[in-house]
Write a protein that binds this ligand. Structure first.
Ligand SMILES: Nc1nc2c(ncn2[C@@H]2O[C@H](COP(=O)(O)OP(=O)(O)OP(=O)(O)O)[C@@H](O)[C@H]2O)c(=O)[nH]1
Ligand SMILES: [Mg+2]
Length: 433
């Protein structure tokens, strides 16, 4: 069945110099004939579009199938950037039997027509959504073809999947055995690579999402000062009056190559002030959502505040003690003086805790979406189970592990074309992509 032709604005609906409308489908020359005659392929040409009493000069580009983004005929119309004009033009296209595209439908067609792989399409979604330099670089590094290590894994696995299947099906009659030692020897480099990629992917995933850091501490422990220095702007009010911050403030920023989502909170303490109490009550959900809770504990304080200790007790794995006011006293561990820009210890600690010690650049090209990271974890686990099998057993178990790994690999690269994966992916796209 030939898919219906689709159209969509590729630029946002705000007044601007130029708006771009894309059309994709089969046989667009005939379909668009009432509106315009298509120019030479890949040559920008001026055309006057006439419909319903409108008369619009448009710059037109035509990419005939299959050499286009979608693999179908693709036409791009550049018109004046007036949202009303674009709406009327889309209505005119509708009257020619060209319907409005769903979000991501152009890319979906590119995928189905083999113009793009699933990993590429996911990188594209992340590229469009990137908010910091590091996120942009990460998405761009993933935008190419299948990573070589995935191709190598596929090549290494393929013959063993076939051999294991043969051993299960014909083992007894034909005497075909599965040599588990040779198998695991052969797959050892793949397994090692999976482990490397796993750490890279976990770190890349954090960078992709932005590291969620909650700043907590007793009143006047320097939370807002640190918040402002990391954000690179004076967002939070800083005073020497305890209880200055009463609400949760959020800022997204990039600090030393680390995309951060920072949450400044009210100092946790028992207080009679009703406004401050409300602020304290709002801290808990922030703690629950954070990747890491920075517990600011002024270096001159001999012990942390007991109210705070109790509040942080339910989150043992994700609290990092940060000693502030390190200019006033010595303290072990991560010690900083934010108002002097002395933050190196914090940078090291964040990389260690959240990126497994990797530098952001070391994550370039790594898998990064939640879907990809989850599949990679399963894949690595499958090969680990295989490596742990004792030799001499029946071939069914290794065969099913190999089959499992093979299936996961196909899901990861999108070869299995699962509709659910595609629906999930494209729901995150914007119109006209
Ligand atoms: N000497 C020194 N002073 C600091 C440091 N960090 C913050 N201060 C000062 O300590 C005071 C309190 O800082 P804030 O950042 O407002 O502290 P806070 O934890 O946000 O306080 P609340 O919002 O009231 O809970 C301000 O006068 C800051 O200038 C530091 O590392 N060294
Ligand atoms: Mg504050």
């Amino acid at each position: 069945m030939i898919p219906e032709p689709i159209c969509a604005p590729a630029t946002p609906p705000v007044p601007s110099a130029v708006a771009l409308v894309r059309v994709s489908g089969t046989g667009l020359a005939a379909r668009l004939a009432p509106l315009l005659s298509l120019p030479e392929p890949r040559t920008a040409s001026l055309r006057t579009l006439r419909w319903d009493g409108f008369r619009e000069r448009a710059l037109v580009l035509f990419f005939p199938a299959p050499s286009s983004y979608t693999g179908e005929d693709l036409v791009e119309l550049q018109v004046h950037g007036n949202p009303l004009l674009v709406r009327r033009l889309l209505e005119c296209l509708g009257s020619l039997g060209i319907r409005l595209a769903e979000p991501g439908e152009f890319t979906r067609r590119a995928l189905l027509n083999g113009k793009q792989g699933l990993l590429e399409a996911e990188a594209l979604r992340d590229l469009v959504g990137a908010e910091t330099d590091t996120q942009l670089r990460l998405a761009q590094a993933r935008a190419g073809a299948l990573p070589p290590w995935l191709q190598e894994a596929r090549q290494a696995l393929a013959p063993w999947v076939a051999r294991a299947e043969a051993a299960v099906d014909y083992g007894e009659e034909e005497g075909i055995l599965l040599d588990l030692l040779a198998l695991n020897g052969d797959l050892a480099p793949v397994r090692r690579q999976f482990h490397v990629e796993q750490s890279r992917a976990r770190a890349a995933r954090h960078l992709q999402d932005g590291l969620r850091l909650a700043l907590v501490g007793r009143p006047n422990s320097g939370k807002s000062t640190l918040f402002n220095v990391l954000a690179g702007e004076d967002r939070a009010i800083v005073t020497d009056i305890p209880g200055t911050t009463r609400d949760v403030l959020e800022v997204r920023c990039e600090w030393r190559g680390l995309p951060l989502r920072l949450y400044d909170t009210a100092g946790l303490r028992d207080t009679e002030d009703p406004v401050e109490r409300l602020g304290v009550a709002r801290v808990r959900p922030v703690l629950e959502g954070a990747d890491l809770v920075l517990h600011l504990w002024p270096a001159p304080d001999p012990a942390p505040d007991p109210v705070l200790r109790a509040a942080l007790a339910p989150f043992p794995g994700k609290v990092l003690d940060v000693r502030t006011f390190a200019d006033l006293a010595e303290a072990p561990g991560v010690a900083i003086a934010a108002h002097r820009g002395n933050l190196d210890a914090l940078e090291v600690a964040l990389r260690e805790r959240l990126l497994g010690g990797l530098a952001p650049d070391a994550c370039l090209g790594a898998l990064a979406s939640a879907r990809q990271v989850a599949l990679l974890e399963d894949l690595a686990h499958q090969l680990d189970l295989l490596a742990d099998l004792a030799p001499g057993g029946p071939p069914e178990l290794p065969a099913s592990l190999l089959q499992g790994a093979w299936g996961l690999l196909a899901r990861l690269t999108g070869e299995d074309r699962a509709e659910r994966t595609l629906d999930e992916l494209f729901s995150g796209f914007c119109l006209g992509k």
